[in-house]
Design a protein around this ligand. Structure first.
Ligand code: FDA
Length: 297
């Protein structure tokens, strides 16, 4: 019964009014303003969780808007520092200029990075679709600072080679990958993506990299932990990462009880709609939330 309602909701989602989507968005998005996001980060820190803040949005077409986003990231870094929070930032290259040109993107990234260095903080370049993989990795390599990290996607065939070519001191987030890539370049079968994920994780650890293990896949988390034990990886060399709002309470508590670091990716901003739709579609309990919100309030 719930399954059928789920399928119906997912198909009808585009005609559901924005005001209703907003009710669910609250689960996945930390508000619209920096102040709202900072409040959520403080709550997470109070639960022993680290955070990374992301301003929602991508493929910015106007230079002025890219500069506004760049300034907002600078402001976030200042607020993180002023509030003494355990939080860094994540940035999509196309949000700050790759659709204009690479130099403009790199200039904006450098501006943000300078602010991060000033406050002894850290910037992670999120990984977008495969059109941007080379730009993102090349920019990361060229900048050569410890305050900068990159994301690698386990579904791409190229990723093992990318790990081999990266500096051993690199700081990577390893995720499965969310974009719909061609089967020429990306693994499609979930179990093969998982197998590749573990292979890549092993290789990254072998090279001595710091890895953000970004997944909600409980089996994969357990397999990663087994690998960590088997390879005797120091707790300072990795952390687990999850998206804000994805119900992972038991898994998170288990990790925290065993003194593993867990970081929550916290998106916020006025571009909340598309991101929320994506998260809602991925949520197997969507019908239960709908029923709860409409009938139990
Ligand atoms: P999988 O999709 O197998 O999901 C595992 C379990 O989690 C399933 O049972 C599923 O139901 C549950 N789940 C997943 N989403 C849910 C939701 N919204 N609500 C409830 N349950 C849910 N990708 C990318 O291409 N570039 C990037 O930069 C990033 N960055 C990033 C940061 C962080 C911190 C995370 C956790 C993920 C990313 N991703 C990403 C996304 C990533 O590539 C991947 O698409 C998603 O994490 C889903 O894959 P899982 O590894 O969670 O496994």
């Amino acid at each position: 019964m719930f399954k059928i309602i789920n399928i119906l909701i997912i198909h009808l989602i585009s005609i559901i009014p924005k005001s209703i989507i907003k009710i669910f968005a609250k689960n996945y998005v930390a508000g619209i303003t920096i102040r709202e996001a900072i409040k959520i980060v403080r709550n997470l820190n109070n639960q022993n969780l680290s955070a990374t803040l992301d301003i929602l949005g991508e493929h910015t077409k106007r230079k002025s808007e890219c500069l506004e986003i760049t300034n907002s990231y600078k402001e976030i870094l200042k607020e993180i520092n002023n509030n003494n929070l355990d939080c860094n930032i994540s940035i999509k290259p196309s949000h700050i200029g790759t659709d204009i040109n690479k130099d403009f993107f790199e200039k904006n990234l450098q501006t943000i990075l300078d602010q991060a260095i000033k406050y002894n903080n850290f910037v992670r370049i999120d990984m977008e679709n495969s059109n941007l993989t080379d730009t993102s990795i090349n920019t990361y390599k060229a900048m050569k600072v410890k305050n900068l990290g990159i994301v690698l996607q386990a579904y791409l065939y190229r990723t093992n080679n990318d790990i081999n070519k990266l500096n051993a001191k690199s700081n990577i987030r390893l995720c499965k990958g969310i974009y719909n890539e061609s089967s020429n370049i990306a693994i499609k079968k979930p179990e093969q993506i998982n197998a590749n994920y573990l292979k890549l994780l092993k290789n990254a650890f072998k090279k001595g990299m710091y890895v953000g293990i970004a997944t909600h896949d409980k089996k994969l988390i357990q397999q990663s932990l087994s690998l960590i034990k088997e390879m005797k990886i120091n707790k300072n060399n990795f952390e687990f990462q999850m998206l804000y709002g994805v119900p992972m309470k038991t898994a998170i508590n288990n990790l925290l009880e065993n003194n593993y670091k867990v970081r929550i990716y916290v998106p916020f901003g006025s571009n909340w709609y598309d991101y929320s739709i994506r998260r809602i579609k991925e949520n197997p309990n969507i019908s239960k939330y709908v029923i709860k919100n409409f009938f139990l309030k």
